[in-house]
Write a protein that binds this ligand. Structure first.
Ligand code: PLP
Length: 368
């Protein structure tokens, strides 16, 4: 979908801030630790191609979730290593080989299907995925792990990596995290040979668990200037949010007391009120549960009143404002700041979900 570039609703992505966040975390890590940038889901809504092009001189590779996301980067000229962290259809393996895309091997069944139904997979670079407690994809025992390693080597595939994923690295409680580390280390002892790269840490583990770094870290959330724990744990360096979201008033009117606003008349004015309209709605990722949230208009916090529509929201203004008055939805205006985390808290979700749900309809502009 083409973004709606003629609307005033724009997400500004500061690539320099992403780079600064990368540099901040790199300073906390040993120099030998590789950093792979996670740019799945369009770089958490920030634009996978733009982010990858900007970071390609500064990271060891990129992680995505499926083969199409990897192909998008290859087509855009990214030639660093790319790892697909999810399970790809065995039929897509020829694409992975043709475009030098590294894939995840998470079960013997998948490998059997690949070798019997698809045939040739010589040269395919694979990372073995170990399930150490996430309970999602991956090998859980040494027997199946070593069996798969043997068959992949016999089939001429390249044993590129081994990895796992932590379920609770962003939590205060550390017992479960430590159990996952121990499980990973125990499973690694079964491997008769070492791959090129062993990796486990996401943003949270890289920030708060330096004891489990292995060879490489896979950083997503923190690169975009977001705290993976939400408000729970403090990040020990200043994070720079990479995304701001702004728009402007496209309609302003004064309505008498007792007027209904929005679908279902869910808001009724209690006095004469100024109502402003902003061209953003749930189709943009400003979901219906944002009703009641406050936005910044000329430095004033103004409440979203009435239902959030697909394409528009209505806000109660403190006075008449001219058409075109800037609106800050995420970002800083005078002494006030609205963050992705504020949106997440209001919606009782995580900052990841807020940025991922900002739809393609919102135009993205880039500054360095
Ligand atoms: C998404 C993902 C990451 C990155 O997680 P962040 O918390 O955003 O750093 C790392 N590893 C895997 C397997 C993932 O799916």
């Amino acid at each position: 979908m083409i973004s709606s570039g003629h609307r005033p609703t724009v997400a500004m992505i500061n690539l320099g801030n992403i780079k600064d966040n990368l540099d901040q975390i790199r300073r906390q890590l040993p120099s030998r630790t590789q950093i792979w940038a996670v740019v799945k889901a369009n770089a958490y809504g920030h634009g996978a191609i733009q982010v990858a092009q900007f970071l390609q001189g500064d990271v060891s590779g990129f992680c995505v979730s499926n083969i199409d996301e990897a192909l998008e980067l290859r087509m855009a000229g990214i030639d660093l290593p790319l790892l697909v962290m999810g399970v790809i259809p065995a039929e897509a393996v020829r694409l992975a080989i043709a475009h030098d895309i590294e894939v995840t091997l998470a079960s013997q069944e998948w490998l059997d299907h690949l070798l019997t139904k698809v045939g040739e997979a010589r040269g395919l670079k694979v990372h073995l995925k170990l399930d150490t407690g996430m309970g999602r994809i991956g090998f859980r025992d040494k027997m199946s792990l070593t069996k798969s390693l043997k068959s992949l080597l016999t089939a001429g595939m390249v044993f590129q990596g081994v990895f796992t994923h932590f379920a609770s690295a962003d939590e205060q409680e550390e017992i479960f995290f430590q159990e996952q580390v121990e499980c990973f280390q125990e499973l690694l002892t079964a491997l008769p040979q070492r791959p090129k790269v062993i990796h486990a840490s996401n943003s949270a583990a890289a920030i708060w668990h330096r004891e489990a770094l292995f060879d490489a870290v896979r950083l997503g959330d923190v690169l975009y200037g977001l705290n993976p724990s939400g408000d729970i744990l403090k990040v020990p360096f200043p994070l720079k949010p990479a995304l701001t979201l702004s728009s402007s008033l496209i309609h302003v009117k004064e309505v008498p007391a007792g007027s209904c606003v929005g679908y279902g008349g869910s808001y009724r004015t209690t006095q004469t009120e100024w109502i402003g309209t902003i061209p953003i709605g749930y189709a943009d990722g400003l979901l219906r549960n944002m009703q009641g949230f406050h936005l910044l208009i000329a430095g004033h916090l103004c409440e979203i009143v009435g239902r959030v529509s697909m394409d528009q929201i209505t806000v109660r203004l403190d006075k008449a404002y001219p058409l075109g008055t800037p609106v800050t939805l995420i970002g800083q205006e005078r002494q006030h700041q609205l963050t992705v985390q504020d949106w997440a808290n209001y919606r009782q979700t995580i900052n990841y979900e807020v940025v991922c749900l900002l739809s393609d309809r919102i135009a993205r502009h880039y500054v360095q």
